[in-house]
Ligand binder design. Structure first.
Ligand code: HEC
Length: 287
């Protein structure tokens, strides 16, 4: 029944499979951003940092009210304490302050994409922290809180992810782009079906937000996650972008990938590059 409703809504919207043309990342970026700026002429590039609230006035007002007493504030304070306790800043440029906008990046040495949470975990391991014993999860809790604090120190800085002219970096970018545009799951939806074509529309009770700016508010505190999280109540509801990817994969009954998997890192790389120029606004609160 659920499936039928989703599919019928989408067919009412007249969505068709998007054509993927091989183009350079720069050409893709221009096309991607121009699409949204034309479709929502009243919304400036910077305002896409506000996720679905940018395109939904009613929810925007609710969100502003929620942000007045941000539900992520106690968790953010824990993130700062952990950042200081484990001297996480020592592993990063500029002591880890104000650098969120450069993540993820292509690491020429390993040939892999590195994201902020991955480097936080690597840093803790280097310092001899037993991640399992200390309960550092890849997508929530303490790791998300440290990442949230680092995002907080970068607020207002514009996303500046680079796709260098290295065939290995381009291959990662293409993998992420492919994930974004491919139909998947029993419901056969791509990310683009919901977050490009149907952005600004409703799907059942959910307002769909634009993919432009997707990573800018992360990590987020999300009401829907809070009830499932045990442990420190200040950290309940925190989640990284990969946690959200898992939720969106499940929404269309597709198998989700593991957090920090090559698949999600490539997707994060693509989405972050597409958000070039949109300011960091993390952590943020979500329904
Ligand atoms: C069936 C529709 C649907 C599909 C397909 C879908 N999503 Fe979502 N997604 C949602 C809804 C609904 C939300 C919550 C409202 C919003 O933020 O857009 C959401 C939220 C998100 C968010 C959080 C945005 C924010 O600001 O909090 C991200 C990131 C995201 N989706 C990425 C993806 C990616 C990547 C894919 C493809 C793997 C995908 N989604 C596929 C429906 C979908």
């Amino acid at each position: 029944m659920k499936a039928i409703t989703l599919i019928s809504i989408i067919s009412v919207l007249g969505l068709t499979a998007p054509t993927v043309v091989t183009a350079s990342p720069q050409e893709d970026l221009k096309e991607f951003q121009t699409y949204y700026l034309k479709r929502f002429p009243d919304i400036k590039l910077e305002a896409f940092a506000n996720g679905m609230y940018a395109t939904n006035k009613e929810r925007y007002d609710e969100w502003l009210a929620m942000e007045e007493f941000p539900p992520y504030e106690p968790g953010l304070a824990v993130g700062k304490q952990l950042f200081e306790k484990f001297k996480v800043g020592e592993c990063f440029k500029n002591g880890g302050i104000g650098i969120r906008q450069h993540y993820p990046y292509f690491d020429a040495k390993s040939g892999k994409i590195k994201n902020l949470e991955g480097e936080i975990l690597e840093c803790l391991q280097k310092k001899g922290v037993d991640l399992e014993k200390e309960k550092f999860d890849a997508v929530k809790g303490k790791t998300a809180a440290i990442s949230a604090y680092m995002a907080y120190t970068s607020r207002g800085k514009k996303f500046d992810v680079v796709v260098p002219n290295d065939p290995r970096a381009i291959a990662e970018y293409e993998q992420g782009k492919h994930h974004f545009w491919s139909k998947r799951g029993q419901l056969n939806f791509s990310c683009a079906d919901c977050h490009i074509r149907a952005a600004g529309q409703m799907i059942r009770a959910n307002a769909l937000g634009p993919a432009l700016g997707h990573p800018t508010g992360f990590p987020v505190y999300r009401k829907a996650w809070e009830i499932n999280d045990s442990g420190n109540p200040a950290l309940a509801g925190f989640g990284t972008l990969h946690r959200r990817y898992g939720a969106c994969n499940e929404q269309v009954r597709a198998k989700k990938s593991k957090p920090q998997s090559d698949e999600y890192l490539a997707l994060e790389y693509y989405e972050s590059f597409m958000s070039s120029g949109v300011p960091i606004n993390g952590p943020s609160s979500r329904e």
